[in-house]
Design a binder for this molecule. Sequence first.
Ligand SMILES: *[C@@H]1O[C@H](CO)[C@@H](O)[C@H](O)[C@H]1NC(C)=O
Ligand SMILES: *[C@@H]1O[C@H](CO)[C@@H](O)[C@H](O)[C@H]1NC(C)=O
Ligand SMILES: *[C@@H]1O[C@H](CO)[C@@H](O)[C@H](O)[C@H]1NC(C)=O
Ligand SMILES: *[C@@H]1O[C@H](CO)[C@@H](O)[C@H](O)[C@H]1NC(C)=O
Length: 509
Amino acid sequence: MLLITFFNLLTFVSSARILGLIPTPSFSHQSAFWPIWKQLSLKGHNVTLVTTDPINDPRLTNLTEISIREAYKLWRPMYKDMTSLHDHTKVTQIMAPVLESVQELFIKSKEVRALMNNETTFDLVMVEALFPQLLIFGELFQCPTVILMSLGGSDRIHRGLGNSIHPIVHPDIMLPFFRDLGFKERLTSVLSFLHLRFKAFLQGRTKRTDFLKKYFGKNAPDVSQLIDKVSMTFFNSHPALDGARAVGPNTINFGGMVHIREPQPLPKDLEEFLNTSKEGVVYFSLGSNVKSADLGQDKFEAIAQALGELPYKVLWKYESDDIPQKPKNIKFVKWTPQQDVLRHPNVKAFVTQVGLQSLEEAIYYHVPIVMLPFYGDQEQNAKKAEYKKIGKAIYHMQNGLTKDELKSAIIEVIEDPSYRQNMKSLADIMLDEPMSGVEKVVWWSEYVIRHKGARHLRNPVLDIPLYQYLMLDIIAFFILIIAVFSVLVLKVLKILKHLVSGYIKFKSE
Ligand SMILES: *[C@@H]1O[C@H](CO)[C@@H](O)[C@H](O)[C@H]1NC(C)=O
Ligand SMILES: *[C@@H]1O[C@H](CO)[C@@H](O)[C@H](O)[C@H]1NC(C)=O
Ligand SMILES: *[C@@H]1O[C@H](CO)[C@@H](O)[C@H](O)[C@H]1NC(C)=O
Ligand SMILES: *[C@@H]1O[C@H](CO)[C@@H](O)[C@H](O)[C@H]1NC(C)=O
């Protein structure tokens, strides 16, 4: 009997229909989830994925991909603004209208509309955290929903889950602080916390709700109602790097280098360059979103001079042909298979913008880093890496960048062996897990499918009003009792005093 039930569970889950909706046109947001789609489909689930970066692997026969690659056209121009931005709090402001236009493009896509009009069914809808309004697809298909995040969680999401939030213990991921905050940082974090909370309360939600009413009818639920129904949330986060946080059992941290792939041979010219550079190579790349060409002349010159004076070879990922200055020891390439470059034993240091994935790749291959953070979570990533003593950061967005500063940072992380040792210990901890990050996501997704949701794992704090959580009525009740008691005592004392003074009077007469 038990065996039959077990068998039934297995067969049920072996061919679920899963819909993934990941509209953000950013390579790092997409590739973080690739191994998950791959693994779900290889396990026999029929996965339909709406994405800006299809995997396009014909061997994945159970994976159907709908491309909305055009969204990159809406997204690209935004980076130029961000690259020259000085105030990190403006990032969400710049992003908001772009996210709205991506959402319009998504919903107007012919294939997405076909999905909506079609009689297809799904057993699970998996939605990227930046687009919670798309949780409406769970209503459409009458199935449970989960949220995926390619980074750690923002305050807003943790709050929605009833997880621990605190502006000083856990500054929001968009703030450039991590541990040991000074007074000014604490003040900034608290103000930003209040501002975000107030703003979400006033407007953020309603724009997304407007979208729902526009495309899904007047009776469509609010975004907050959709978020309230989410069964589980997956963060690409690992407590050893991001710091421990008290979270509920429906929060799954699958971070710890999920996107690291099997090693592949390097292109011939790169391999030869790396092999022959016995003195060591510094690898320079600002990731897929920041372009070296957008750095501006001053910063470019400072960087080129610093790299040019190093006693090492340099491999610089530079995306355009128009290179103003070409020091002899530098090889410029438009693209690199980054993981395979970092794996090469002659690579001694990595100069990076510290996007999460570049950071994880550096950790995985124990390559010390020099960080030039730009925006988003990068400044906080830099603070985390400094806290772990795996690299040195230059906060060039606020303080600018000098040749000497960069040069000495690179030499320090190479010559001081502790950076590489700390990298190795951190990697060992992050990889020492009961199952891989991908396995975690797959297991818990199947769990949600098996039980048609995970309401039982929800933090009960979400179901009681704030006054009850803060015990305001109980406190008021105690105050009332104390007040009544105090009044009574006073009254009694007064009467006693009367009696006593009456008695004394009586005696003395
Ligand atoms: C596709 O799914 C079926 C079960 O539905 C499974 O047997 C098969 O191995 C899967 N194939 C691939 C290539 O993922
Ligand atoms: C998976 O679902 C798609 C979309 O409904 C369907 O066209 C396809 O035949 C299914 N694939 C498998 C292997 O069942
Ligand atoms: C529904 O999906 C099937 C494939 O699963 C496709 O052949 C058909 O054209 C779709 N119908 C509509 C109305 O979009
Ligand atoms: C680079 O070095 C490795 C290890 O010594 C060797 O296997 C490989 O063939 C070399 N490649 C080139 C292009 O020299």
